[in-house]
Design a binder for this molecule. Sequence first.
Ligand SMILES: NC(=O)C[C@H](N)C(=O)O
Length: 331
Amino acid sequence: MKKKLLIIFTGGTIAMKVDPLLHAAIPALNSEEIMSTINNIEEIVDVESINFGNLPSPHILPGHMMEICNIIKSNIHREDISGVIITHGTDTLEETAYFLDLIIDQEKPIIVVGAMRNNSELGYDGSSNLSAAICTASSPRALGKGVLVVMNNEVNAAGEVVKTNTLSLDTFKSPEFGPLGIVDNDEVIFYRDIINRKHIQTENIEEKIGLIKVASGMESDIIDFYIASGYKGIILEALGRGNIPPQMIAGVKRAIANNIPIVMVSRCHTGRVLDTYGYQGGGKHLRDLGVILGGNLPGHKARIQLMLILGKTNNLSTIKDLFEKDNLYTN
Ligand SMILES: NC(=O)C[C@H](N)C(=O)O
């Protein structure tokens, strides 16, 4: 019997064409038009479409991520649905994928997919990416793997994948561990697994989370700005193993005194942060001040996780436990 997939269309380049007056890509294709770029799809699977919107990635807000999550939660347990695909702009694709992966705790495949070339360009990759996503979502091999990103015939885990190149079709990579698998000849093949995925059950999110990329000579003023502007959490994308210039320490102390959690990750592309260094502003010093360690997450993904945790609690020690415990990317 043919399987049925739910496809939620949210927008992005996969749904864009070049506007002849603007000479630039804009949202243009609806779900039927995107589906019509794939040959003979009706022979392989049945598809139920939801036109969520036609939003470019920068227009996707955390609230939209929660709405997409709720649509999935209310359909994923239906007996007739074997898997879910979300088409999405690629600029914030990994944020939505990680958001869904953290909240949704179930077995059926959930695949996020997009395109790097719009439908007016030669070599529009929307059709091949969506076909590969359909093959993955309908495969029993993808059961229990969490949310997956399928682009350019590679399968990457939501918690690990990042967009690495502004224009290449081969842009979605897991720099630390490599892809989970590939899609070859319409078949998904996995080469490794994820040992342990983190789940945060929440219906609420806290969106006011600041993100600071740390660089030489930076001071506390940006932290103070976030405190004064009512931000409820701050991510520091710190130096190396997890260290900051001493001039930022006063700001860190003021944030924590104001019950604002500070999560530290690294601006290095791979590797965990740790309390290795004991000098002023070193990881050990920051940990002793109450800074939370965010493992090897990039800043924008640590921000998503803190949004969800702050949706559950604003108790600093519970936030620290939830962030640091039970987290593949931290421990
Ligand atoms: N390839 C893409 O989808 C990029 C586009 N700017 C978006 O994310 O909406």
